[in-house]
Design a protein around this ligand. Sequence first.
Ligand SMILES: O=C(O)CCC(=O)C(=O)O
Ligand SMILES: [Fe+2]
Length: 207
Amino acid sequence: MSVDFQSSLFDTATTPEVARIERRALSSGAWVDVARNWLADADDVFATLVRDVPWRAERRAMYDRVVDVPRLVYTYMIGEELPHPRLTTARDELTARYRPELGEPFRTAGCCFYRDGRDSVAWHGDTIGRGSTDDTMVAIVSLGDPRRLHLRPRDPERREEAFAVEMGHGDLVVMGGSCQRTWEHAVPKVASAGPRISVQFRPLNVF
Ligand SMILES: O=C(O)CCC(=O)C(=O)O
Ligand SMILES: [Fe+2]
């Protein structure tokens, strides 16, 4: 796969210890945490994932409705070695940071490859598993070209609360509380974008 990505432009990652996580409280008990430049070695992680993840096409029904999913995906399940040691470190740091609130570790790592601005994911909540009934967390590490994560309340009466978070190279975005069942998120198509990889860490039985 050829990827037109100038990694030198993005060589700004700090160490996770230095990055600050900022929380935005949302309605209905949902929240979003954002930490810029959270992942160290983001350039190397991105290049390794492009090369080594066994990407497969996905365009099918998912979540609680039929969702058009033009992007490449692969999910690392429990016990599967992650494709870069930095991701293992990242998962463990996320578990250390969030376990008091989450009550359990992050276990799986779903990877999505948005090849260009035409790749996207439509409005959904991660509600296949416990996200439909329980508070939980989905921690996203973004690599490559920035894309926007759009969020909106499920309740049509509250749609004016909708907003978007830019997910840049090495950034961490965590959706927590009731976010998967009371809010929806999407990564819409854009006129022009280079490749982006999203790594989503989730607890057991959250999809
Ligand atoms: O691209 C992203 O960071 C979000 C992906 C997502 O919401 C999902 O795969 O459930
Ligand atoms: Fe999602």
